[in-house]
Design a protein around this ligand. Structure first.
Ligand code: FRU
Length: 306
C-alpha cells in the first residue's frame, strides 16, 4: 500500500512577535525559526511518525515542484523528509534556485499566524503528473491533493480514475477565493475543508459546512472540516452520520505553534482511513485526528506526535 501526497513544498521563516504589527510599525521579534513547510509535506512528516512500526505497511510519497536538484533548498528538503518519505517522483525545475517561501508572523497576543508567500516555481501540469505517476505502479492506493490549481488537478483525477481504478482520492479545500474548488471537491472520495474556506462561503460552523456541502458533493464518501477552538467534524454521505470532536485541552493549554494544525488533522485522518479503517469507527477516527492536531498546536513543529 502506498499513499501519494501532491502539493507545494515551502521553506517557512517564522517570526514570533508579541502582537501583530501595524503598517509602518517597527517591531522586534522574540524568535525566528526556519523550517520546511507546505501542507502536504507537513502532513507527511506527521504520517511518517504515525505509521512507524504500524502493522499496515503504508509507503509515503511526495509529488512536489522543487527548485534545481543541486540547490541548497532542494537538498535540505530532501534530507529533511527522506528516507521515510519517498521524493523520487518530485518535479525538479533545474532553472530555479529559490524554493517557494512563506514568511509567517506568529502573534503571541492572539495566537494568529499571518502568512505571506513567494513562489516563482511554475506549478505542476497535468502532463507532468501523469508522467511521474505512471512510474508509481499499482501499489499506489491513496492520492491526497492540496487543492491548488483546480483545472490541473481535475485532469489528474480524471487520469487516476482511469489508470488507478482501485485508488482512493482525497483533496484539501483550504484557500478561500480560488475558483474551481467546488468542482474539485465533487471529484474526490474524501474532502478536507478548512475553517477559512468554509467561512468564506458563509458557513457558520463545521456542521453547517458539512451538511450543506454534502448536498453538492454526492459522489464523495466522507467530508471533514476543522474549526480551530471548536474542534473538527466529519460527515459520511452514504449513512448521513455526522460526528463532532471537541477540543480537549489541559487547563494550562497554550497556543505555541498553530502553523500546520490543519495539516496535522489531515494526517491523522489519512492514517485512520488507511491503517485503521476496519478497527476504528468514524468517531474514533475524528477524535484521534483532532487530538493530535491539538497536541501539535501546543508544541513547536511536528516532531514527537506519535
Ligand atoms: C501550514 C503551511 C506552511 C506553509 C503554508 C503554505 O499549513 O503549509 O508550512 O508555509 O502553510 O500555505
Amino acid at each position: 500500500m502506498s499513499l501519494v501526497a501532491i502539493g507545494a513544498c515551502y521553506v517557512d521563516t517564522i517570526l514570533s512577535t508579541s502582537h501583530y504589527p501595524g503598517e509602518d510599525e517597527k517591531l522586534r521579534a522574540s524568535n525566528i525559526v526556519h523550517r520546511r513547510g507546505g501542507n502536504c509535506p507537513n502532513s507527511l512528516e506527521v504520517l511518517q511518525q504515525l505509521t512507524f512500526g504500524s502493522k499496515t505497511n503504508l509507503a509515503l510519497n511526495l509529488i512536489s515542484v522543487l527548485p534545481a536538484r543541486s540547490s541548497v533548498a532542494s537538498q535540505q528538503i530532501v534530507s529533511a523528509l527522506e528516507p521515510r518519505v519517498h521524493l523520487d517522483h518530485c518535479i525538479f525545475r533545474e532553472a530555479y534556485q529559490e524554493p517557494a517561501s512563506c514568511y509567517i508572523i506568529k502573534s503571541q497576543s492572539t495566537g494568529s499566524r499571518t502568512i505571506v508567500n513567494y513562489n516563482e516555481l511554475p506549478d505542476m501540469t497535468t502532463e507532468e503528473f501523469i508522467r511521474v505517476t505512471d512510474k508509481l505502479g499499482p501499489q499506489a492506493t491513496w492520492f491526497h491533493f492540496e487543492g491548488r490549481t483546480p483545472e490541473v488537478l481535475l485532469g489528474c483525477i480524471r487520469y487516476l480514475r482511469n489508470s488507478f481504478r482501485q485508488a482512493r482520492i482525497s483533496v484539501e479545500i483550504e484557500k478561500p477565493g480560488r475558483e474551481g474548488l467546488q468542482e474539485l471537491a465533487e471529484a474526490a472520495d474524501v474532502v478536507f475543508y478548512s475553517k477559512t474556506w468554509a467561512q468564506s462561503m458563509g458557513y457558520t460552523s463545521a456542521e453547517d459546512c458539512l451538511r450543506k456541502q454534502s448536498l453538492k458533493t454526492r459522489n464523495s464518501s466522507l467530508l471533514c472540516c476543522t474549526w480551530g477552538q471548536d474542534g473538527a467534524a466529519a460527515f459520511e454521505t452514504r449513512t448521513t452520520q455526522f460526528v463532532h470532536a471537541e477540543v480537549d485541552t489541559a487547563p494550562d493549554f497554550q497556543v505555541i505553534d498553530p502553523i500546520g494544525a490543519g495539516d496535522t488533522f489531515n494526517a491523522g485522518m489519512l492514517y485512520a482511513l488507511n491503517c485503521k479503517d476496519q478497527e476504528w469507527d468514524l468517531s474514533t477516527k475524528v477524535g484521534f485526528a483532532n487530538r493530535i492536531a491539538g497536541m501539535k498546536v501546543a508544541q513547536e513543529g511536528f516532531s514527537g506526535l506519535n
